[in-house]
Design a binder for this molecule. Structure first.
Ligand code: ADP
Ligand code: MG
Length: 262
């Protein structure tokens, strides 16, 4: 593949080219290739330990990849390329790249000692140096959007898991990201709270956000996903329209996995 910076005008938001990741001797990602277009909702399924979380963490460079290239929004993550050689970016440069990518985890990871509003305004104020009044205005709009404007003054422990996860989504959106990564955002929730979080994600998708969503929610993947990726053993085994992958998987490993979870 070409080893050049991809222009911002490119239709592709994420390009993963032959990504490898080792943890010591453990070879977790074994050549992941994936492209996600702007505005695409890409759902990722696969057995536990197949490398889904590791891949997401590589996308925003929380993990350093061992080999391969990764572009997000036209930028080569973590490196600068010059005369065919790669040079590591400084931590501040990586942080700037990461600011463009929102991430929501299985555990909500809200700041427990801060109100809902403070959770959402923290990064824009501290990282972007946004005036507090402006950050509050944006935060209130986002809390409105996730249906929690009336909880702005509450603390995380006063909220249900579903509400906390909706705040976590609002907090990620406050940085106005180009790409949102979700790592099993509903897996830690009681079943009756899953729907409210998926509804917020569906709204986000309909608003045109580019999203990579690791999930076990096959209904969401089918209805909201533009593409569905099946990962196993550190590679993308199969990728296609959700309906095609779910109803007529092309690979035996996909069939075996789906027969267990559907
Ligand atoms: P998934 O999200 O698909 O369940 P993970 O990406 O979490 O899979 O993990 C893939 C493999 O990498 C597992 O064998 C896991 O134990 C290993 N792994 C993940 N993170 C680390 C780490 N920080 N150090 C060592 N091994 C890790
Ligand atoms: Mg995982």
């Amino acid at each position: 593949m070409v080893a050049e910076n991809i222009p911002e005008a490119d239709d592709r938001m994420v390009v993963a080219d032959n990504i490898h990741k080792h943890y010591g001797r453990l070879h977790v990602l074994r050549g992941v290739d994936l492209e996600v277009r702007r505005g695409e909702v890409c759902c990722v399924i696969g057995p536990s330990g197949s490398g889904k979380s590791t891949f997401l963490r590589c996308v925003n460079h929380l993990e350093k990849i061992s080999a391969g290239r990764l572009w997000v929004n036209g930028q080569l993550m973590g490196y600068r390329e010059k005369n065919g050689r790669l040079y590591e970016l400084r931590e501040s440069e990586v942080a700037a790249q990461r600011r463009d990518i929102g991430m929501v985890f299985q555990r909500f990871n809200l700041f427990p000692h801060m109100s809902v509003l403070a959770n959402v305004t923290e990064a824009p104020v501290q990282v972007k140096r946004m005036p507090r009044a402006e950050a509050r205005e944006i935060a209130m709009g986002l809390l409105e959007r996730v249906g929690l404007a009336d909880k702005a003054g509450a603390y995380p422990e006063q909220l249900s898991g579903g509400q906390q996860q909706r705040v976590a989504i609002a907090r990620a959106l406050a940085m106005n990201p180009s790409l949102m990564l979700f790592d099993e955002p509903t897996s830690a929730l009681d079943p009756e709270l899953v729907g409210e979080v998926l509804d917020v994600m569906r709204d986000l998708a309909e608003g045109g956000m580019t999203m990579i969503v690791v999930t076990h929610e096959m209904g969401f993947a089918r209805e909201v996903g533009d593409t569905l990726v099946f990962m196993d053993g550190g590679v993308v085994v199969e990728r296609g329209a959700p309906r095609d992958v779910l109803d007529s998987p092309q690979h035996e490993r996909t069939r075996a996995f789906l027969s267990k979870v559907l």
